[in-house]
Write a protein that binds this ligand. Sequence first.
Ligand code: FES
Ligand SMILES: [Fe+2]
Length: 449
Amino acid sequence: MMLDQVSKPAYPDFHALVDLQAGLVDRSIFSDEEIYKLELERIFARGWNFMCHESQIPKPGDFFLSFIGDDSVIATRDKTGKLQVFLNTCRHRGNAVCRAEQGHTKSFLCTYHGWTYGLDGKLIGVPGYKDFYHEDLDRSQWGLVAAPHVESYKGFVFACMDPDAPNLNEFLGPVGRMCIDQIASRGKLAIVDGVSKNIIGCNWKLAVDNVFDYYHVITHMSAFMSGGTAPVIRGGPGGSEPQRTVLGEYGHAIGGPKLTEEDVDAMKASPNDAVAQSRDLYHRMLPEVQETLGDVGVYAQGHPHIFPNFWVSGNQVSLRIPRGPNKTEIWWFTFLDEDMPKETRDMRMHRAIHAFGAAGMLEQEDGENWDQSTRATRGVLAKRYPLNFRMGMGHDIVQKDEKSGISYIDTLVSEHPQRWTYRAWADWMTAESWADLKRDRAPIPEGIA
Ligand code: FES
Ligand SMILES: [Fe+2]
């Protein structure tokens, strides 16, 4: 037997752990250490990861610290203005070469022994190169490790460490692009300084799952009752408003409320009125935005999510960054349209601060639930019982928009987007390479969903 056959670990059957015929998900995927390590390999180290917005690093030498899975990375622009992403680790003893979260620099200096790297990642300074190394060090081989793929779509910068990955456009596909178009079409976007960051004691997938969850109205009753936030979750129990799920390649999806013809007619007639403002959809009444979003996207008012962990939420975007199986760091970036009236900008900022993030009433309530759900995936007894993902299963039809070819499901509150996300997760976890993933991933469903 060959050595690589002997040493190859046996992985679980991920399509059995996520059993979408039965609508059941095994709790181990939320707390098993080995599964978590494999997620870092097969999902984060393989996929495209959101880094930052181009406006956060507009000039050569500007940098922004981000993550690919659990690895710290530096997103920067070299002297030519080209976007670059490097692992934030010195090639000598591994120390971080960048400690500030964001800033401007001429080079990256390691504070341990002083190796220095240029903005293009090249090793340009080695103390004692002549006397201690006797010039016997090929500096060209010891630059920072660069991401082979760095690209942006409408100003949103992504990086990928796998040389075999498809380009960003192909990875996003029409639904991934639609997710970003939902925010990029909001006008002349300017980022608000600073990123809100906080840690929740949950598995990252439960925080992603909740992006599509329009069923958990009861979670937020205290926020609603306190008047701290408007009841923004529509169509939950007691509501009968329509919902739309949009299904994209590689696990991208949009899930949540669907605008009705009456909504659109009302907003077209009066795009600045209170309904349009409160629903935050005035920009969708512009013909050019309708053209960009297409017939499926313009009515999809739910939450767009780019697999694995990038959520577009109104004028904000969020990352759910894994910090171990039982810990997730939540990041919130906020954008405002420069051309917006001051009153509207103020309202958006107030909502951004008080809904999600470290001071957000909604996400603090969510986080308590995710924390408890995660704990209950560790107990030897509780672990024997799978989680229920059956809502809406077998009761809806997948439709296809002829013009764009995009598939979607129109229904009430359901768990279609969550099932699609976990199905993609099992595909990513099973595939050993991009070639496998491209060939073996589940096709977008047709017929009964
Ligand atoms: S660890 Fe960076 S110079 Fe030694
Ligand atoms: Fe919530």
